[in-house]
Design a protein around this ligand. Structure first.
Ligand SMILES: Nc1nc2c(ncn2[C@@H]2O[C@H](COP(=O)(O)OP(=O)(O)OP(=O)(O)O)[C@@H](O)[C@H]2O)c(=O)[nH]1
Ligand SMILES: [Mg+2]
Length: 196
């Protein structure tokens, strides 16, 4: 699944393969988190990799790395997770992190229209700069623990957007853990279905 049809633009480029690590046992998969400031990318990374959550905001500078082992369809995998900064001044550096990723998760905050509107820009950015045509994409609406009265983006609207762009979609809460493991599992399964 991929929303980015690069076949016509760059037919010479080869799709990325899942790489074996040195022991030849676990497969390495690179996943990148993208999205505006304050949407909860670092919180999602922390919840997924360490099962922890902190309500105090710490701005990410450029990018942060974490990894976690997973077993999908009996195959041992090492997920290399790059949590990027949402702040505009770091944007020009982010292609270093996503250009050879196997999968990207674009995150918005369900209580912020602005962050949802930015998703299109993140897709454009990927479309212009990625090297491969097999990057699996997911759209994640984070902070779904918030009150319905605080919600600005209807779930159906985001789901339709994701479908139109060939993206996996899930609402998550890094605060409660809802949907976090599921979105990564879905993403990896999607990427791995023809390769493991
Ligand atoms: N209610 C709620 N708050 C959350 C959730 N996830 C993150 N937050 C809060 O939102 C704020 C921003 O979270 P971060 O994870 O630092 O956001 P970020 O996207 O990494 O921000 P940058 O590093 O600046 O790009 C923090 O105060 C978090 O505690 C969530 O699922 N629910
Ligand atoms: Mg961050």
């Amino acid at each position: 699944m991929c929303c980015l049809d690069k076949q016509k633009k760059s037919p010479q480029k080869q799709p990325l393969q899942i790489r074996s690590n040195q022991q030849g046992q676990k497969k390495d998969i690179k996943v990148v988190l993208l999205g505006d400031c304050f949407v909860g990318k670092s919180s999602i990374a922390s919840r997924f990799c360490t099962s922890q959550y902190q309500s105090q905001y710490e701005l990410t500078v450029v990018a942060a790395y974490n990894s976690i082992d997973m077993v999908v369809k009996g195959q041992q995998l090492k997920i290399h997770l790059w949590d990027t900064a949402g702040e505009e001044k770091y944007k020009s550096l982010l292609s270093l992190y996503y250009r050879d990723a196997n999968a990207a998760i674009i995150v918005y905050d369900i209580t912020s229209t602005e962050t949802f509107n930015s998703v299109q820009g993140w897709l454009k950015e990927l479309d212009e700069k990625i090297q491969n045509n097999e990057m699996v994409l997911a759209l994640v609406g984070n902070k779904c623990d918030c009150l319905e009265s605080e919600r600005k983006i209807p779930k159906q609207k985001a789901s339709n957007f994701a479908k139109t762009h060939g993206m996996i979609f899930k609402e998550t809460s890094a605060k409660t853990g809802e949907g976090i493991k599921q979105i990564f599992t879905q993403l990896i399964e999607q990427y791995a279905q023809d390769k493991l």
